[in-house]
Design a protein around this ligand. Sequence first.
Ligand code: AMP
Ligand code: ZN
Length: 461
Amino acid sequence: MPLALYDTWSRTLRAFTPIQADHVGLYCCGPTVYDHAHIGNLRTYVFEDVLRRVLALNGYAVRHVVNITDVGHLVSDADEGEDKMEKGSRRTGESAWEIAKRYTAAFMSDWHALNLLEPSVWCRATDHIAEQIDFIDELERNGYTYRTADGVYFDTSKQDDYGFLARLDVAGLQAGKRIAIGEKQRATDFALWKFSPPGTNRQMEWDSPWGRGFPGWHIECSAMSAKYLGPWFDIHCGGEDHIAVHHSNEIAQTQARHGTRLANFWMHGHFLTLDAGKMSKSGGDFVRLQTLIERGIDPLAYRYLCLSAHYRSTLRFSPEALDAAQSALDRLRRTYVQWPEGGMPNLNVVARFKAEVDQDLNLPRALAVLWEVVRSDLPPAVRRATVDHFDAVLGLRLTEWKESTVAIPADIALLGNAREKARALKQWSEADRLRGVLNAAGWHVEDSVSGQVLRPLDTAK
Ligand code: AMP
Ligand code: ZN
């Protein structure tokens, strides 16, 4: 059976064939680095990583591009308010450039902790200002833009099918006009370039044919995806919140410049939610991967939790669900290490696993096949070789696991938390004292960019 993927554009499951034989172009919208990523954001990257691994399982070479939004993402979708980077700068007292650097580094550390494969290209918006200006320039020449006192806008009335991806009711939005639209002519129009406010100096601003300012958020993805993958490539991904605005606008821009809808498949991961509702950066109330690590949870247990829900269903986060994922992973690891190497995989089971992941990445069912193998009476060496095959998709690093890296005991985690708090309050001598207590208890403390990491002294490097 061929690989079938759900395409948001057509709202159907479609058989996947690449535009160029054996080669797949994959673009994934990356983080806005004005704050830490939360575990909801990371769920989307886990889904994209699994997609990439399933494409590889099908024999495709994947060119995977991920952007880093370090400028131009405004606080409101109505193109009003501050740039999130400048706002973050006001919050922390660091420069916008320092903020971008710090949160990018923290993001990379989460990325690696979750065993996400390194993209072929990481691209930063601030490194591609010239490409974005060229793009806007071409849109202007093609007659898709207008200027206001505060910027250059995309005129969505020029496209009859604007918003098709989201099945947007454009007329209804315009008639309702419940959102503030400032100087825009229509609710759906969006900023391509914003002018620096007169009399103020922004930390991040550039000269352009229209005046000094900064790019709108959507243009970076149209410009950078075209640069690295061409204007018509295979798959574009992101979280479900991007369908209505960000991806609709990326498509509008690319259609206006290149005449394509960017990608042959549009795929969207559904949200991780809390009891209180969706987890969002702007809400401020969110859980970081590092917080879980400090509570003694292995980041790969969070990865396991993500695998246990289909990417197109909402995953409700709870400490109990996470503990269950940690227990399942521990059980899997402890069983796996007892199996000898040197066997051959059971091809029948390997094919069943592949059939599940090929059916729009049905990881919950693929995990069920895994547990069947664990509990089966297949020879242990065969079970190991079969599960190794699965782990190329699951990414749980089973072969690398050692017992001593399993879990941080609760009392050690509490000491670690106390030390983190002391550091946050700049109580350095208390933080040093707690480091001494942790060392005496056999734990090494390392302060990484994304926070503190605890390791047993015998495994600490
Ligand atoms: P951001 O850094 O806010 O631009 O978001 C990075 C990625 O995370 C995007 O693909 C978003 O669609 C996605 N995302 C945002 N919130 C959530 C959530 N609660 N659950 C899953 N994905 C999310
Ligand atoms: Zn994007």
